[in-house]
Design a protein around this ligand. Structure first.
Ligand SMILES: [Zn+2]
Length: 306
């Protein structure tokens, strides 16, 4: 019955409930053997509603890593579906991920394998009140968690994290931080980030004409040590393709860009007019409009206040 679930398969909420027998809930749909609520779980459907989600799920179809977010209700207890999803970790229950991009339509994304125990975290709700949330880490089937996690950098990251967060007693936050650092350090993830920038910028520096790949750097706008989550670290909109010199200027905050992509030479104290010329920067240097989507603009804004 679940063999219908293939990439490209479209369905509706109603059909999942009626034809496939899932319990008519919104984000997490469960199905128990013989529809008896006391029986073992037969299957779970997770819906990533991009239009409505208050607590966004972290789903990266490029790396295969998925963090599904459940949230506490009433006394911040985890009940019903969130609790059911926990069972997935104890038994071998298939989990299917769907995405809702257009109202009323669900697209199948893939089957999920749990990769780590769920963990608790916090996030603001619509009224900006902090709520307890629970994150369920999965990989989309066909992607390898081993490839995703660079084990060597794990060790190193745990150590640096400890020293950087001595005062932080919130282990969930630390775990999230470690998770994020691992992801960003992963060579596979870094290559993805670089490749998408090479593509977007046609293998040419965003400021000058240097187009030799060996001299081009996938530069983070908001450095990944300051990113809020994995998404921001691996999001190519949080990047610019720059030649080695321009990367150094940007990285050291000697130059920045305003929301129109126009350069702001903030390091004039160190940069003589002669250096401006040598470095090919001028008051009218700018990033092309086509690279200035809203997301990138907001990252550029954060670079400025760094
Ligand atoms: Zn350049």
């Amino acid at each position: 019955m679940y063999e219908d679930f293939k990439v490209g398969f479209k369905t509706t909420d109603k059909e999942l409930n009626k034809k496939y027998g899932f319990i008519p809930t919104k984000g997490i749909k469960t199905k128990r053997i013989d529809s008896n609520s006391k029986n073992k779980l037969e299957a779970v459907v997770l819906i990533n509603n991009i239009i409505k989600s208050v607590y966004p799920n972290h789903i990266n179809q490029a790396t295969g890593y998925v963090e599904y977010v459940g949230y506490g209700e009433n006394n911040q207890e985890f009940i019903r579906e969130n609790k059911s999803l926990n069972e997935v970790y104890d038994y071998d229950v298939p989990v299917y991920l769907f995405e809702c991009v257009i109202e009323g339509e669900l697209n199948y994304v893939g089957k999920l394998n749990p990769v780590k125990q769920p963990y608790y975290s916090e996030a603001p709700n619509m009224n900006n009140e902090m709520r307890k949330i629970i994150k369920f880490p999965f990989m989309i089937k066909g992607y390898s968690y081993e490839n995703y996690i660079d084990k060597n950098s794990f060790k190193e990251d745990v150590d640096t994290t400890k020293s950087e967060h001595k005062k932080n007693t919130n282990t969930t936050a630390v775990n999230g931080y470690i998770e994020a650092k691992i992801a960003a350090r992963n060579p596979y993830v870094q290559r993805k980030f670089r490749n998408s920038l090479l593509n977007e910028f046609n293998s040419k520096c965003a400021i000058c004409d240097i187009n030799e790949k060996n001299l081009l750097i996938a530069s983070h706008i908001v450095p990944y040590t300051k990113c809020k989550d994995v998404d921001e670290m691996i999001n190519s909109n949080n990047g610019l393709l720059l030649c080695a010199n321009h990367d150094a200027l940007f990285d050291k905050n000697l130059i920045s860009f305003n929301e129109y992509g126009k350069i702001e030479i903030t390091g004039n104290k160190y940069l003589s007019t002669a250096l401006h010329e040598l470095l090919h920067i001028a008051e009218d240097t700018e990033i092309e409009d086509l690279h200035l989507n809203e997301e990138r603009k907001s990252f550029l804004q954060r670079h400025k206040v760094k």
